[in-house]
Design a protein around this ligand. Sequence first.
Ligand code: ADE
Length: 235
Amino acid sequence: MSTAHINAKPGDFAETILMPGDPLRAKFIAENYLEDAREVTNVRGMLGFTGTYKGKPVSVMGHGMGIPSASIYFHELITVYAVKNLIRIGSCGAIHDDVKLMDLVIGMGASTDSKVNRIRMRDHDFAALADFNMVRKAVEQAEQKGLSVKVGNLFSSDLFYRPDEDLYPLMASHGILGVEMEAAALYGVAAALGAKALTICTVTDHILRHEHLDADDRRTTLNDMITLALDTALQ
Ligand code: ADE
């Protein structure tokens, strides 16, 4: 059985999936990092692939931009395709002083201005958390690879273009490391449905310092994030 959003067959997805926002990035990862990768879904151009990495079955699929889009794919992958471990790989805009361009940020938790987790919890706060073992494995792998990682709180924003930019320093003063758009949804969906989840972000810009990565550095940090996510998925 397929869904309105995913036309894969049962068994087409591995238990572990890497999820970038961009479906063409999913294709790039499938073609350059997986062995024997085959396309398993393409509804609305939201491409998904399954192959192997160092002998272990792994899938990779785009989730689109923002919480509503991503939540649909997270939900259906877990409930219909029995996916158990989801690793979002994306970019974030840093806001904290301790975070610099090219760092990787592991989202131990995710704050948000979205209401999705309050809808789940009858309007109470829900601490949206990554799976502890996945965080630990990712940190161990990053240390082994000599990568600069920061671990902490992300902010999953419903707005890329915020009218209230004075919120960024307030977030930073509360220890939030960076702003992205999906981690709180991933952690909420995974918690509700009994799956494990992690978010790893490359720092592509520093919002408060008005800094941006150039194209070469983007490629390097993207490769670091993909191999970190894949080696975390192997554990
Ligand atoms: N991803 C990268 N930069 C971002 C920003 N400034 N806001 C939200 N998501 C982002």
